[in-house]
Design a binder for this molecule. Structure first.
Ligand SMILES: *Cc1c(COP(=O)(O)O)cnc(C)c1O
Length: 425
């Protein structure tokens, strides 16, 4: 897909020396924002697509939230410090990043839980249809949530899983929801969502889109794409911190049919009436279930504010430059050492990551980490590098490629300890 306003690929000459890479940073209009992040020295962090780093002042912000709000005001902070409105405020800040109106977005729970809520809601909106259609390569939690929901609903719902190449033919009039992830977490491929929403709508199905690897990295226009339902992640490119709450989007045209399956008191029309019967709050407000996590939301509000300040178009332009640079700088290493670039070469068709395929990917990722280059590994053979444009520089890309070349040329990656699998990869 082509996000709006991005007709041209920013073309820069590939640097042939490290100082040329540094010159690219000198000319970078958003370079100064890197200083707003607290990045550990001596490391090149290419895993912001898994967990974004804190901002420099996040620690102080959280400390003062504990000290001046929680400790000082205790329960009255829900009113006096505006805690009760914090989910709404953060949702309103995220909305323009994804091409939504404020009142179409809510921030709550995790991406997984929001998937459950919107899948159930989507099935309710299409009562005569029972299939959730998705692709086998979709992110596992998306598929698990659909499987669990189908199990719970028995005859009423079922997950139909096919290869991407077979999605179109599997899209028949028994499909209630087509569930897709915009940027493939393995390869970084950026799906053409507009084509899929047209195809799904032509058969009467809804589209539920996962924006986990999109939000904060590239401009998403949910209105223009005509997406019905969407979810996304707060701790990847939005830098909200480990386990930061996620967001959920429901197109306004569906609000009068929206029924969340999780009837929590925070999604009640009047939670503090303490009625014994549930009455949903209007629209997406009902997607809150329990008490919002104020410390996490405080960090997320702060980091989303920075992403908005930098501007998603500038971030996307730089993201394309960085990924392009990495592909070009690693091309000779790839040829020499048998890596295959798993990410589309066309910057318009990829997110903010580059994935390289190699049979010994796990050990190589471990070896790179020892040398200060933090990427991650996705089974069975992908080395994944995220280039979060808010704080990664061209010189980091240069250095990371140089370390990869060194680790491969020297054989330093091939040590027994690099083969030991950790719990989180
Ligand atoms: C990261 C990610 C998630 C994460 O879900 P959580 O519930 O936050 O653990 C979901 N879907 C996709 C596509 C992801 O990349």
């Amino acid at each position: 897909m082509r996000p709006p306003g991005r007709d041209t690929i920013p073309r820069v000459k590939t640097p042939t020396t490290r100082s040329q890479a540094q010159e690219l940073d000198t000319g970078d209009p958003i370079a100064a924002y890197r200083d707003r992040f607290a990045l550990p020295p001596g490391r090149i962090y290419l895993d912001g697509n898994s967990l974004g780093p804190p901002m420099r002042d996040t620690e102080a912000l959280l400390a003062s939230t504990v000290r001046d709000q929680w400790r000082q005001e205790l329960v009255s902070a829900w009113n006096s410090c505006g805690w009760i409105d914090l989910p709404r405020r953060v949702a309103t800040a995220i909305a323009p990043l994804i091409g939504a109106d404020d009142d179409e977005v809510m921030v709550a729970d995790s991406t997984s839980v929001n998937l459950f809520k919107l899948l159930a809601a989507g099935l309710t909106m299409r009562p005569e249809r029972r299939f959730i259609l998705s692709e086998k390569e979709n992110f596992p939690t998306d598929l698990y949530m659909a499987q669990g929901l189908a199990e719970l609903l028995g005859e009423r719902a079922s997950l139909r899983l096919v290869e991407r190449s077979r999605l179109a033919e599997a899209l028949d009039d028994d499909v209630a929801i087509l569930m897709l992830t915009q940027v493939d977490f393995r390869t970084g491929e950026l799906l053409d969502l507009g084509d899929w929403t047209s195809a799904a709508h032509a058969t009467g199905a809804l589209v539920l889109c996962d924006l986990a690897h999109s939000a904060g990295a590239l401009p998403v226009d949910l209105h223009a794409l005509d997406v019905d339902l969407a979810v996304g992640c707060g701790y990847k490119y939005l830098n909200g911190g480990p386990g930061a709450p996620a967001f959920a989007y429901v197109a306004r045209r569906l609000h009068d049919q929206l029924v969340s399956p999780l009837w929590g008191w925070m999604g009640h029309a009047a939670p503090f009436n303490f009625d014994s019967g549930y009455r949903p709050a209007p629209g997406v407000e009902q997607l809150q279930a329990g008490t919002p996590p104020i410390l996490s939301l405080t960090a997320l509000e702060h980091s989303v504010g920075l992403i908005a300040e930098i501007g998603i178009d500038r971030l996307w332009a730089k993201s394309q430059q960085l990924t392009q640079l990495f592909i070009e700088l690693t091309a000779p290493i790839a040829t020499k050492h048998g890596f295959e670039v798993a990410t589309p070469r066309n910057p318009q068709h990829r997110g903010s990551q580059v994935s390289l395929r190699h049979a010994q990917g796990y050990a190589i990722v471990q070896a790179l980490a020892t040398d200060g280059v933090i990427g991650d590994f996705r089974a069975p053979d992908l080395l994944r590098f995220g280039f979060a444009p808010a704080y990664i520089r061209s010189v980091d890309v240069w250095d990371a490629a140089a370390v990869l070349g060194r680790v491969m040329d020297s054989g330093a990656w091939n040590r027994p300890e690099f083969y030991e699998r950790r719990k989180v990869t």
